[in-house]
Design a protein around this ligand. Structure first.
Ligand SMILES: [Zn+2]
Length: 281
């Protein structure tokens, strides 16, 4: 198995929204905010080359929304989905599986683009790929509650289904990817999926929005966006405890600085142990 990081650029979100009930005086130590109280976040995706499959996990925000939309999110930096794929030596048509941890726009927006901006005719960015979600999350995302409505954008979702490329993983069955287990968590949104696999003898988990950054490791540091924050607390406690026990490598999609971390047990609970690049493994 080979891994390639696909950086899709940085964006900004309100620091308070990203840390829920935790006061700014605490979270700003790890995630400093700008003059508008916005913090910078990565959209760090992962390309898994395994046998004859090329599996991309998440694909960033994409570029099809209008200037008003992007004025809220400040997409910036030199990296892009297409540029990073090219740098890794791949063409979008090489991707066999487009795996989506969940369908919030900063995780799946790069999977669909417009052929032509004016008439907004959509096309898949990965024409040969199966696009993966799960039935429960798809239903949740396509009939969204008022809280998450601004995160589930129809233009990101419906073209996957209309093109016939949408496939569902099933929590009751084996993962559709041999050697890659899927952890299902329900605190952030309904049935988010976290890929877990072995790489160079280490257990790696793609943490997506269960743990956006190292700043979110202490238990109460839960995003205001989470639909079931008490459940996130339980899921974080269980998964971070096991991560500390078994020295897992946690891959961080949104941490603006750190690609990966490990955690350890302390008297105060599970805390950050080390940070490192994937290439250091
Ligand atoms: Zn999310």
């Amino acid at each position: 198995m080979d891994l390639h990081i696909i950086n899709c650029g940085f964006f900004k979100l309100d620091g308070g929204a990203m840390f829920g009930v935790v006061p700014k005086s605490l979270w700003q130590r790890t995630n400093p905010a700008d003059e508008n109280n916005l913090c910078t976040w990565a959209t760090r995706c992962l390309l898994i080359e395994d046998g004859n499959r090329l599996i991309l996990i998440d694909n960033g925000i994409g570029n099809k929304q209008d200037a008003k939309f992007f004025s809220h999110y400040y997409l910036h930096g030199n990296d892009s989905l297409h540029g990073s794929l090219k740098k890794a030596g791949f063409d979008p048509s090489d991707v066999t599986d487009m795996f989506l941890t969940h369908l919030h726009f900063d995780h799946c927006g790069g999977g669909v683009e417009y052929k032509n901006r004016d008439n907004k005719e959509p096309r898949l960015v990965f024409p040969e790929a199966r696009y993966w979600s799960n039935r429960e999350h798809w239903q949740w995302a396509t009939a969204p509650n008022a809280r998450e409505k601004a995160s589930f954008l129809k233009e990101n979702l419906l073209p996957m289904q209309e093109s016939g490329h949408l496939h569902f993983a099933d929590p009751e069955e084996d993962s559709p990817f041999p050697g890659i287990e899927l952890l299902y968590v329900n605190g952030h949104t309904e049935k988010q999926m976290l890929p877990k696999f072995t790489y160079k003898g280490r257990t790696v988990v793609y943490m997506a929005d269960l743990l956006p950054s190292t700043g979110h490791i202490p238990l109460p540091y839960v995003m205001g966006y989470d639909t079931r924050p008490l459940l996130t607390l339980e899921e974080k406690e269980r998964i971070l405890k096991q991560a500390a026990d078994e020295h897992w490598v946690l891959f961080l999609e949104h941490d603006p600085v750190n690609e990966c971390c490990t955690v350890k047990h302390t008297e105060k609970g599970v805390r950050l142990d080390s940070t490192f690049s994937l290439s250091d493994l």
